[in-house]
Ligand binder design. Structure first.
Ligand code: ADP
Ligand code: MG
Length: 272
């Protein structure tokens, strides 16, 4: 790969994604540091990107929110797609959980409020994530979360997505997604947020099994045990979110009304 794409000079590798490398780069015209996610085009089966994908990408390019990794630009070469992203320097939230073991109520709430705020904003713009998990949540230099990969699941073909679910970490996937009868991406995202909150508080997954078939059954039945150290109020919120039936699951509005969630909640307002 040449080390130049458009105005960007490609530098060191920042991380390895499921579908390609993420590199640091500098815009030689502005000196702005960015991250560039390189995706092999052959892995994106459709030669002509579906209208929906184009729409989501154009929406993502307009989304400017403190808890969402900004999509600065999308460049395309013969064989690759380059997603030019805001550079986030604090690493994955996943590593922080692994390091700390688990988070207390206060820390869990702090990150969860930011997560919900970011998800709410993208949903309000009609963009869903479909792959929310701690590995897709980055931390910036000020310990604020930045959700990555919003709207990008559309870049992957359905086959790849199923494959990823089967081979990767299906633990965050909502029960209705596994049914394969179609689902509302926004409501499925909320389930994943619930799993993430559980992981914050527990330091382990709410539903797990080394046998994939058994894991799917457990997810579909929402078989979840709440550890004794969870505060009653956090359990009350989790029980509203981790509901197998998507029509009975709490909405973002309901989550924001929850007593545990509301403590110290300071929604972000931009003055225009
Ligand atoms: P995938 O979703 O394909 O697995 P990710 O988007 O999660 O790939 O990226 C893989 C890794 O690259 C991340 O875990 C992170 O370490 C790094 N990375 C991704 N996006 C950025 C970014 N905007 N800034 C800095 N590092 C990033
Ligand atoms: Mg990712």
């Amino acid at each position: 790969m040449s080390n130049r794409i458009g105005p960007y000079e490609i530098g060191k590798t920042l991380g390895e994604g499921t579908f390609g490398k993420v590199k640091q780069a500098v815009n030689v015209e502005t000196n702005e540091l960015v991250a560039i996610k390189v995706m092999e085009k052959k892995k994106i089966l459709k030669e002509n990107m579906a209208e929906q994908v184009k729409k989501e990408i154009s929406v993502m390019k307009m989304i400017n929110h403190p808890h969402i990794v900004r999509l600065i630009d999308v460049l395309v070469s013969k064989s690759r797609i380059f997603l030019v992203l805001e550079l986030v320097t604090g690493g994955e939230l996943f590593y922080k959980i692994a390091h700390d073991g688990k988070f207390d109520d206060h820390t869990s709430r702090y990150y969860f409020q930011q997560l919900i705020t970011g998800v709410e904003f993208c949903h309000s713009q009609g963009v869903v994530h479909r792959d929310l998990k701690p590995e897709n949540i980055l931390l910036d230099s000020k310990n604020n979360i930045k959700i990555s990969d919003f709207g990008l699941s559309a870049l992957r073909s359905e086959t790849e997505e199923l494959l990823q679910t089967a081979c990767g970490t299906p633990n965050y996937v909502a029960p209705e997604v596994l049914d394969g009868h179609g689902y509302d991406g926004k409501i499925a995202d909320i389930w994943s947020c619930g799993v993430i909150l559980y992981v914050f508080l527990a330091g382990f997954l709410p539903i797990d099994d080394s046998n994939l078939e058994k894991l799917f059954v457990k997810i579909k039945n929402a078989e979840i045990v709440y550890p004794s150290w969870f505060s009653p109020h956090s359990v009350s919120l989790l029980k509203k979110i981790l509901v197998a039936n998507p029509t009975k699951r709490a909405t973002i509005q309901q989550i924001k009304q929850d007593p545990w969630f509301r403590i110290g909640y300071q929604p972000f307002h931009r003055i225009r």
